[in-house]
Design a protein around this ligand. Structure first.
Ligand SMILES: C[C@H](O)[C@H](O)[C@@H](O)C(=O)CO
Ligand SMILES: [Mn+2]
Length: 416
């Protein structure tokens, strides 16, 4: 497509949306300034730089596509490539195991902000803020219970780790002048039928109370619920009910990962319920296939509905949008671009919804009209608006980015 064609298509689309009372320029402005937190772990299959071992402890990356980032320099190089192909505002989401440990082994209960100074500088140069995650998986002490472990020695190790991670997040937030969002996901659970469910949940509650007691002004905590983990199929201590209760009682952000639900569950329906009781949401936009498989996020019903619910609840400013998938079976740079663009398209479509009209129909009980408009909006010229967004951002439009990704694979990834 030529620049002129993209502009002409946009003009036609703008008029079409305007006829429904929708301001496309305003939607593009909101899209431009709504941050998406890029997860570091798609570049290297959640391996990190602590031990260089494959992820274990409830999660697993599948595939062996060449070109995995093997060190910090490669990961940063890959992320720079990704950023060069995307328009918008981005944050960067790190796990503790991605610290700059300088070749020495730093155990999780010894980690300090100094190991992340390089990341803080790197992000600053790219005008990005950092988000952070404690890491209780892929460690000899991970087992099947960490913060919920009745063994005090193991539990204290993970409590200390998580407390230190909060201080790292606080240091990041202070340096960037913008709160760092710190997520706590633990895989704690059990492979088979469990009788002491209450006991483990009580221990987890007490561990969290201890961890969250320290007031840190430059970071925000969020807690991620889950249905099950690999090898932990029967019972998850940090279930949805557990964290919904904990977060609403303690005013903590709830992390909603779209892969962490029953396969047929309508995840987006959780948005409006949670938002009435928790301060904010952290989103891990993912794509489960039959299970929490972390396939690359797509512009599918799940993702579209999720963003639609956020916009309908007027809650974009109460949501932190992050991605969470790790596909090791395809070009990892391409995987980033597909997922981010899918999230952007979903958000854009939500912003372009003729909401006043739909609300009016609903208020007046005109349900045929509501359904008809919901159906019609699916085929409005969203693509033309999104193409124009990328043009304005001076990044490849539509499938034009494929050539860039292929070239990068040839020049860089294939040589690793
Ligand atoms: C690596 C992430 O922390 C992890 O994917 C977590 O967020 C999760 O969703 C586990 O299923
Ligand atoms: Mn997640």
């Amino acid at each position: 497509m030529t620049t002129k064609q993209i502009q002409q298509n946009y003009e036609i689309a703008r008029e079409r949306y305007a006829a429904l009372g929708v301001d496309t320029d305003k939607a593009l402005e909101t899209l431009q300034h709504t941050p998406i937190s890029l997860h570091c772990w798609q570049a290297d299959d959640v391996v990190g730089f602590e031990r260089g071992e494959a992820a274990s402890g409830g999660i697993q990356a599948t595939g062996n596509y060449p070109g995995r980032a093997r060190n910090i320099d490669e990961l940063r190089q890959d992320v720079d490539k990704v950023l060069s192909l995307l328009g918008g505002t981005f944050r960067f989401n790190l796990h503790e195991t991605y610290g700059e440990f300088g070749g020495k082994f730093v155990d999780r209960d010894q980690v300090e902000p100094k190991y992340f100074e390089g990341w803080i500088q790197w992000a600053k140069e790219r005008h990005m803020s950092l988000d952070f995650n404690s890491t209780s998986f892929s460690h000899p002490k991970s087992g099947s219970l960490t913060l919920a472990n009745p063994d005090k020695e193991i539990r204290d190790f993970w409590i200390e780790h998580t407390k230190r991670c909060r201080r790292i997040a606080d240091a990041m937030g202070k340096a960037q002048g913008d709160p760092c969002i710190m997520n706590i996901w633990i895989h704690d659970g059990s492979k088979d039928l469990t009788v002491e469910k209450y006991r483990y949940r009580e221990i987890l509650k007490n561990s969290l109370d201890d961890i969250l007691a320290e007031k840190l002004p430059n970071m925000k905590d969020c807690l991620e619920a889950k249905l099950f983990g690999i090898g932990l199929e029967a019972y998850t201590v940090g279930s949805h009910d557990f964290y919904a209760g904990y977060c609403s009682k303690n005013n903590v952000i709830y992390t909603l990962d779209t892969g962490h639900y029953e396969p047929t569950e309508n995840v987006s329906d959780a948005v409006s319920s949670l938002l009435l009781f928790v301060p904010e949401l952290m989103l891990h936009v993912s794509r489960p296939m039959h299970w929490d498989s972390d396939h690359v996020t797509l512009f599918d019903d799940n993702t579209r509905n999720l963003f639609a619910e956020l916009v309908r609840a007027n809650a974009l400013d109460r949501a932190h949008i992050g991605l969470d998938y790790f596909d090791a079976s395809i070009n990892r740079i391409g995987a980033y671009i597909i997922g981010v663009r899918a999230a952007q398209k979903s958000l854009l479509q939500a912003l372009l919804e003729p909401l006043p009209k739909l609300r009016q129909y609903e208020d007046e009980g005109r349900f045929f009209e509501r359904l008809a408009l919901l159906e019609e909006e699916k085929t409005l010229p969203l693509g033309a608006v999104y193409d124009y967004y990328n043009l304005k951002n001076n990044v490849p439009v539509a499938e034009d980015y494929l050539a860039d990704v292929e070239q990068y694979e040839k020049d860089v990834l294939s040589k690793r």
